[in-house]
Design a protein around this ligand. Structure first.
Ligand code: NDP
Ligand code: HSE
Length: 440
C-alpha cells in the first residue's frame, strides 16, 4: 500500500503554535487547510490544539476557532499534553525557556529562531537529546531553502571545506539596488523599507547580525562543532559606498554581504573561520547572479565538489514551507517512536581570528600623480608581505586614484598596509577597502 492509499490512523498528534505573526499565520493556515493531505503524509492527523500570542484580542487574517488562542504560552508548553510545539515567536526569551519546557514535557520542537539558536543552541540541543525529542530548525537559515538537512544529513559522509552564503534578503536587495540603479545606501534602504523587506529599525539586517546568527549555525552544521554569535566576525553594509559598488562593476564584480564559514588547516590542526562582511564577488561566480531579496548558499566539499542552494530566504509562506517540512518530519518520528539525527558537535576546532583570515582585497587609493609615487606605494605593500595582483591608475594630477587588487593576504597584514598607506605623504586617502571572495 503506498502513502496515498494509506488511511489516516485515528489518534491525532497534538500540535501547538507559539506565535501567530508573519510566519505563524501561514503555518496555521496551511496546517488547517492541508490537514487531510498532511495526515496522509504523516500517517496520523495533525491537530492544531492551541496558538499562543501576546494579544488574544487582535484581529487576525486566519480562519481558526477563537478558542485556540491563548496568552499563556508557559502553561501551554507545561501541559504535558502536546506532541509537537512550533516556536515562531522570535527573540531570545521567553522563546528559549518555552522550548526547554516543551522538550522537558515530552514535545518535539520545530523552530525558525536563528537568534536563539546562535545564542543557546548547544544547551537546547542537549535538552532535546536528554528528552529524546527532536529539535528541528530548517527555517532558521535562509527561509524556504533546504540547507540544514543537506548539511546535516546529505553531506554527513563528506568533508565540507567552505560555505559561502547570501543569507539576508534585505541587504541583498539593498546592494542589488545600489548596483543596478546606482542608488546610494540610504536611498536603497528607504526603498527596502517601503517594500516591507527592511524593518523600521533595520539594524539586525544592515549591521549583519541576522546573517551572523545564520553563519554561526551554518559553521556548526558544516564542521560538526558549536559556534555562537560571538564567534562570528561581523561587518554590515552601512559603509558600502556607491563608488565601491561602481568600482566593483568596473572590474566585473558585484558587492554582496557574505556569510563565510571555512575550515582551514593550521600547523595545530583544523580551525574554523566564520565571518560576515561585504565582499566583491566576480560575475563568474554563481552567487553574483543572486538578485533582489533572494538568498543562496554555496557549499564546497571534498567529494561532492560545488553545490548551490537558491531560493526565497524570508516571507510568511516560504518560511512556513520549511517549518511544515520539519513538522511532517518530526511527526513521522513521533509515529515511529524515534527521534531524528541530532547535532554532531563532537569536533573541537579552534576559531581563526579575523586577523588571520586570508582573502584578496580591492583598494582605492587617492594619490598625487608624480614620479616615484607608485614605487613608494608598492614598497608599503611589500613591507607587510602583501602581494599586488593588479593595479590600475584612473585620473591624473591631483585627482589620481590607484585601484589595487591584492593576492590572498592575511587580514591583519592588509590592515597594517592600509594604516601604512594612510601615513604616506604621497597618499591623500584610502577611499575604499573591500575583500574579494569567490575568485581564482
Ligand atoms: P512576528 O513578529 O511577525 O510574530 C511574532 C508572533 O509571536 C506574534 O504573533 C506575537 O504575538 C507572538 N509573540 C511574541 N512574543 C510573545 C510572547 N512573549 N508570548 C506570546 N506570544 C508572543 O515574527 P515573524 O513571524 O516574522 O518571525 C517569527 C520567527 O521566525 C522569528 O524567530 C524569525 O527570526 C523567524 N523567521 C522569520 C522570517 C520572516 O520572513 N518573517 C524568515 C525566517 C525566519 P501577537 O501577534 O499577539 O503580537
Ligand atoms: N530579515 C531577514 C532577511 C529574514 O532580510 O533575510 C529573516 O531572517
Amino acid at each position: 500500500m503506498n502513502s496515498v492509499d494509506r488511511p489516516p490512523r485515528d489518534h491525532p498528534l497534538r500540535v501547538a503554535l507559539l506565535g501567530c505573526g508573519v510566519v505563524g499565520t501561514e503555518v496555521a493556515r496551511r496546517l488547517t487547510r492541508d490537514a487531510d493531505e498532511l495526515a496522509r503524509r504523516v500517517g496520523v492527523p495533525l491537530e492544531l490544539v492551541a496558538i499562543a500570542v501576546r494579544d488574544v484580542a487582535r484581529e487576525r487574517d486566519l480562519d481558526v476557532p477563537a478558542e485556540l488562542f491563548t496568552d499563556d504560552a508557559e502553561a501551554l508548553v507545561r501541559s504535558g499534553d502536546l506532541d509537537i510545539v512550533i516556536e515562531v515567536l522570535g527573540g531570545i526569551e521567553p522563546a528559549g525557556d518555552l522550548i526547554r519546557a516543551a522538550l522537558d514535557h515530552g514535545a518535539s520542537v520545530v523552530t525558525a529562531n536563528k537568534a536563539l539558536l546562535a545564542d543557546q543552541g548547544a544547551d537546547l540541543f542537549a535538552v532535546a537529546e536528554k528528552a529524546e525529542r527532536d529539535l528541528s530548525f530548517e527555517a532558521a537559515i535562509a527561509g524556504a531553502i533546504p540547507i540544514v538537512r543537506p548539511l546535516r544529513e546529505s553531506l554527513a559522509g563528506d568533508r565540507v571545506s567552505r560555505v559561502l552564503g547570501i543569507v539576508n534578503g534585505t541587504t541583498n536587495y539593498i546592494l542589488d539596488q545600489m548596483s543596478t540603479l546606482g542608488q546610494s545606501f540610504d536611498e536603497a534602504l528607504a526603498e527596502a523599507q517601503r517594500l516591507g523587506y527592511a524593518e523600521a529599525d533595520p539594524t539586525a539586517d544592515v549591521d549583519g547580525h541576522d546573517a551572523a546568527a545564520k553563519a554561526a549555525l551554518l559553521a556548526g552544521l558544516a564542521f560538526h562543532t558549536n559556534l555562537t554569535l560571538d564567534d562570528v566576525h561581523c561587518e554590515g553594509i552601512r559603509s558600502v559606498t556607491a563608488e565601491a559598488v561602481r568600482s566593483a562593476s568596473e572590474m566585473g564584480s558585484v558587492v554582496k554581504l557574505l556569510a563565510i564559514c571555512e575550515q582551514i588547516e593550521t600547523p595545530d590542526g583544523p580551525a574554523v573561520s566564520a565571518r560576515v562582511h561585504p565582499a566583491m564577488v566576480p560575475l563568474s561566480h554563481p552567487l553574483a547572479s543572486v538578485r533582489g531579496a533572494f538568498n543562496a548558499v554555496f557549499v564546497e566539499s571534498e567529494a561532492a565538489g560545488q553545490l548551490m542552494f537558491y531560493g526565497p530566504g524570508a516571507g510568511g509562506a516560504p518560511t512556513a514551507s520549511a517549518v511544515l517540512g520539519d513538522v511532517v518530519s518530526v511527526a513521522r518520528n513521533r509515529v515511529s517512536d524515534v527521534f531524528g539525527p541530532g547535532e554532531t558537535s563532537h569536533a573541537d576546532v579552534e576559531l581563526v581570528p579575523i586577523g588571520r583570515a586570508r582573502t584578496q582585497y580591492h583598494l582605492v587609493v587617492d594619490v598625487d600623480d608624480r614620479a616615484g609615487v607608485l614605487a613608494t606605494i608598492a614598497q608599503e605593500f611589500a613591507r607587510f608581505g602583501v602581494s599586488i595582483r593588479t593595479l590600475r591608475q584612473e585620473g591624473h594630477d591631483s585627482d589620481a586614484q590607484l585601484v589595487i587588487v591584492t593576492h590572498e593576504a592575511e587580514d591583519e597584514s592588509l590592515a597594517a598596509t592600509v594604516e601604512g598607506l594612510r601615513g604616506l605623504d604621497v597618499v591623500r586617502g584610502v577611499s575604499s577597502v573591500m575583500r574579494v571572495e569567490g575568485g581564482q
